[in-house]
Structures are given as structure tokens and as C-alpha cells.
Design a protein around this ligand. Structure first.
Ligand code: NAD
Length: 502
């Protein structure tokens, strides 16, 4: 386990200097304290120690942020400038994100325990890519011409939906921030972002970069805080849409709050319990690597994690043996170490929740093939864990653990694989490993999930819409579908010629 020494070499790798610049709320283009003066602790999951105190926004702060966003929407330049101009400013924002990759990767590592190397090489470059994708779409927003029946003709206008509240989780602080703000900015919306209380730091840094890029004051506001601030966003009368990513339980509360306030539009990206189906014709070594990657990446704190692995009976025994061997090579340790596969769980609560599920799995009668314990002498590290002898109705199969815990099961036929894959309340993602095109086609059409990865996993792309079925939510992030969710369609109808009855 690596040392937390700041700015020094630690056991053969360097820990960069940690410099936290922004800890206040960002409202109307300025960093300000919470009106109450309250702050909350943010801890480094590598050690459990406090690294900063961050302003704790409450209802009054959300009111101020919404007032700024409302003013910017109703009277400000952002929704009124051309899409081309918005796109140019977003491109500049993306360039600034690229120039500060290392600074923000550090923040996501000390806030969420994310691998520093992956932050720098994948998460942050993908976020600036996404921003550029929507920057390029900003001047291509258009409606349709409608021929209509009778003596009428019409057209539709696509208009920004208004003030948006984005409520985001902690597992991908950068990715979630840009999933939400990029299409909303392109559409011409103004917004209030409520980051998760576990990982508020990078969102504040990005707000600072947005201002530098020229995004007008009031367009992008960030209110850090916990459920109180989130609930104030969900129930606000002056927010036109809430875009939420987080747990299914809180998603339900957000939808209730929207229904009880101003019936604002809601989109929900929620939890998952995604299946990975491995068929007899698969290359077993490749399938083992993919299964390991699908669940242990980001210490299993991924909504689409392949937590249920179903292997066809012909290769099951071989798969189990190889999976046990491969897990030994999946290293756990300091996320600043570039040779490590897995860092710490985000916080003590999540660490304890995962360990509790491991105990539940044992009590339910499943067998621990590998792992099953916490590791390290400090921080929130857990061994990559694989359960065998797992039954379909066990809690570890039905409930989202959000940790490095794989349930390994066997199936005989394609029909059985499809039935098992669909046998949870969730429907976020699924993976298939086979060389057989007929199996691929049949299974991908039969699984009720928002994305199906064939012979790959986490195949995300800016142009590929992503979002759930069933209790994994509704509404898409990414792709042009996400742009559409921040636009209203308005119909304008005119007579073709003067008609006596019009
Ligand atoms: P969470 O639901 O506890 O919190 C999410 C956000 O909601 C946080 O910002 C939190 O402060 C806020 N919040 C809490 N109570 C609220 C309330 N009453 N009203 C409004 N907002 C409130 O989720 P989490 O623990 O931060 O994240 C993990 C969950 O997120 C997992 O279930 C995971 O599957 C899900 N997730 C889904 C996706 C997806 O795209 N489908 C992506 C990432 C994470």
C-alpha cells in the first residue's frame, strides 16, 4: 500500500503536489461562501483524512443560484447568441480542460479514490471530447418543416428548455459533470449543478475554467452540499428540468419532488446490476480478462459494472479456475501509483456497505472464490472478490453493491441466459462474449437494457446514447438524444392561403 506523502516519491512512484484552490460555491460567476457560513469535510479515501472543508450550500444558496440562472436564461446572452458562438466558447472551455488535466485528475483521485493515470489519460480527455462533440452540435439544432393537412403548413422550433438542475453522483465526478452540462450548454440552457458531497472539488475547478472560457455569469452555477441542496434543486419552482444521476432510491425522491412542485421535466440515470453473458465458443482467457475489467474497474463503483457473470456450462469450470488465478494479478493500492489496478472505495460508508454485502453473500451460502476482505492498514481498500455457488434470488445478485464483487453463475441454453440476464429490477447495460453472430443478434434484442456491449465492455462514445431501462431510469446521456432532452419543440402553424374558416 503506497504512502500518502505529498509531492514526494513514495515506494517508487510520485505523488503530485495537492493544491486545492476552490472550495466555495460558484454563483453568478463568483466564488462565495454559503449564506449560513457552513462547510463540510471532504476526505481522502486513501487515508480517511480530511483534505479540505467545502461550502455547504442549503436551500437559500440554491435559491440564489437559480435566481442567477433564471436571469441569465430570461435576459442574458447565452440562449440568444448563435449556436456557432456558443460552440466557440465551449471549444475554448474544452481547451482549458485539456490544459488542466493533471490538476483536476488529482482532485478526483483525492476525492473519489480514482486512478490518477486513468483520470489523466481517459476520464478528463473524454470529458473535453464530449464538450467538443456538443460544441459542434450547437449550430446544428433545427426543427422540421410540416406540410400538414387542410390549408395549413407549419414548422417546429427547437428551443432551450430553460433553467436546468443537474444532480450528480460521486463515482465519476468529471464524467458526470460533463455528461450533464455539455448538451445543456449547447442547447442554450442555463443551469445549477449539485455535485455529490463526497466529490465536490473538480466541479468547482471546472466552473472556474468555464468562466475563463467566456461562459457568461449565471449560466453555470455550482452549489456544493448534500441532500438538502439536492432536494432544494429537485423541488424548485423556477427550475424547468432536473437531470439526475444517482441511486434508484434518491431518483424516486427527485421525481416525487418534481411532481409535487412545478411538474418540471425529469430524467433519471439510476443504478444497475448488469449481466455479462459468456458463451461456450468464447476465448476463455479473453473472457476472464473482460469479466475482471467489467466489475473491478473503478473498484466496482460503476453504475454499469458487470456484477453478474453468467458462463455457459461447457467452459464454466475452466473459467472459474482462470478467474481465480487472474484475480491474484489485479493489484490494489494507492491510486497515484501508475501500476495499480484498483484504488480505495470512495468513503467509509461505501467501504462498510461493500463489506456488509460480502458478509451477506457468505451467509446466503455463496462461496468466496477470491478476496472477501478489506486490505491495507488505512484507507478504504477492498480485495477484488468473486463469489461462486450463487443463486438467482440472493441479495448479492439482485441488489446493487457498487463495489469490487463479482457473482459467478452457470447457464445451459441461450433461453436460460436471456431469462437470467433480465431477472433483476434494473436494465442499464449488458455484455455478451461470443463469436456467433446469431447468438449476438438474438441476445442483444432480447435483453432489456440501454446498452449492449458485444465482445467488449465500457464501450462508451460521445455519439452513443447511454441510459437505462426499467428501474435504471429514463432519458439518455451522450449522443444527440441527450441534446434533445434539453430542448423544447414548439410548433408554429400558418395558413397557406386565406381560408374562410381560419
Ligand atoms: P445518491 O443517489 O446517494 O446521490 C446522488 C446525488 O443525489 C448526490 O449529489 C446527493 O447529494 C443527491 N441527493 C441525495 N439525496 C437527495 C434528495 N433527497 N434529493 C435530491 N438529491 C439528493 O447516489 P450516489 O451514492 O452519489 O451514487 C451512486 C449511485 O449512482 C449508484 O446507484 C449508481 O448506480 C448510480 N449511478 C448511475 C449512473 C447512470 O448513468 N445510470 C452513473 C453513475 C452512478
Amino acid at each position: 500500500m503506497g504512502s500518502e506523502t505529498n509531492g514526494k516519491m513514495a515506494e517508487g512512484f510520485e505523488i503530485p503536489e495537492i493544491n486545492i484552490k476552490f472550495t466555495q460555491l460558484f454563483i453568478n460567476g463568483h466564488f462565495v461562501d454559503a449564506l449560513s457560513g457552513k462547510t463540510f469535510e471532504t476526505r481522502d479515501p486513501r487515508t480517511g483524512e480530511v483534505v479540505a472543508r467545502v461550502a455547504e450550500g442549503g436551500k437559500d444558496d440554491v435559491n440564489l443560484a437559480v435566481k442567477a440562472a433564471r436571469e441569465a436564461f430570461d435576459h442574458g446572452p447565452w440562449p440568444r447568441m448563435s449556436g456557432y458562438e456558443r460552440g466557440r466558447i465551449m471549444m475554448k472551455f474544452a481547451d482549458l480542460v485539456d490544459q488542466h488535466t493533471e490538476d483536476v485528475a488529482i482532485l478526483d483521485t483525492i476525492n473519489a479514490g480514482k486512478l490518477f493515470k486513468i483520470g489523466k489519460l481517459v476520464d478528463i480527455p473524454s470529458a473535453s471530447h464530449l464538450l467538443r462533440y456538443y460544441a459542434g452540435a450547437a449550430d446544428k439544432i433545427h426543427g422540421e418543416t410540416l406540410k400538414l393537412s387542410r390549408e395549413l403548413q407549419g414548422y417546429t422550433l427547437k428551443e432551450p428548455i430553460g433553467v436546468v438542475g443537474h444532480i450528480i453522483p460521486w463515482n465519476y465526478p468529471t464524467t458526470m459533470f460533463f455528461f450533464k452540462i455539455s448538451p445543456a450548454l449547447a442547447a442554450g440552457c442555463t443551469m445549477v449543478v449539485k455535485p455529490a458531497e463526497q466529490s465536490p472539488l473538480s466541479a468547482l475547478y471546472y466552473a472556474h475554467l468555464a468562466k475563463q472560457a467566456g461562459i457568461p455569469d449565471g449560466v453555470l452555477n455550482v452549489v456544493t452540499g448534500g441532500p438538502t441542496a439536492g432536494a432544494a434543486v429537485a423541488s424548485h419552482m423556477d427550475i424547468d428540468k432536473v437531470s439526475f444521476t444517482g441511486s434508484t432510491e434518491v431518483g424516486r425522491l427527485v421525481m416525487e419532488a418534481a411532481a409535487k412542485s412545478n411538474l418540471k421535466s425529469v430524467s433519471l440515470e439510476l443504478g444497475g446490476k448488469s449481466p455479462l453473458l459468456i458463451f461456450d465458443d468464447a476465448d476463455v482467457d479473453m473472457a476472464v480478462n473482460l469479466a475482471q475489467f467489467a466489475i473491478f474497474t473503478n473498484k466496482g463503483e460503476i453504475c454499469v459494472a458487470g456484477s453478474r457473470v453468467y458462463v455457459q456450462e461447457g467452459i464454466y469450470d475452466q473459467f472459474v479456475k482462470k478467474a481465480a488465478e487472474a484475480a491474484k494479478n489485479w493489484s490494489v493500492g494507492d491510486p497515484f501509483n501508475p501500476n495499480i489496478h484498483q484504488g480505495p472505495q470512495v468513503d467509509k460508508a461505501q467501504f462498510e456497505k461493500v463489506l456488509k454485502y460480502i458478509e451477506i453473500g457468505k451467509k446466503e451460502g455463496a462461496t468466496v472464490l477470491t478476496g472477501g476482505n478489506a486490505c491495507g492498514d488505512k484507507g478504504y481498500y477492498i480485495e477484488p472478490t468473486i463469489f461462486t455457488d450463487v443463486k438467482d434470488d440472493m441479495k448479492i445478485v439482485q441488489e446493487e453493491i457498487f463495489g469490487p464483487v463479482m457473482s459467478l453463475m452457470k447457464f445451459k441454453t441461450i433461453e436460460e441466459a436471456i431469462e437470467k440476464a433480465n431477472n433483476t429490477k434494473y436494465g442499464l447495460a449488458a455484455g455478451i462474449v461470443t463469436k456467433d453472430l446469431n447468438i449476438t443478434n438474438r441476445v442483444s434484442r432480447s435483453i432489456r437494457a440501454g446498452v449492449i456491449w458485444v465482445n467488449c465492455y465500457f464501450g462508451f462514445d460521445a455519439d452513443c446514447p447511454f441510459g437505462g431501462f426499467k428501474m435504471s431510469g429514463f432519458g439518455k446521456d451522450m449522443g444527440l438524444d441527450a441534446l434533445d432532452k434539453y430542448l423544447h419543440s414548439k410548433s408554429v402553424v400558418t395558413p397557406i392561403y386565406n381560408s374562410p374558416w381560419l
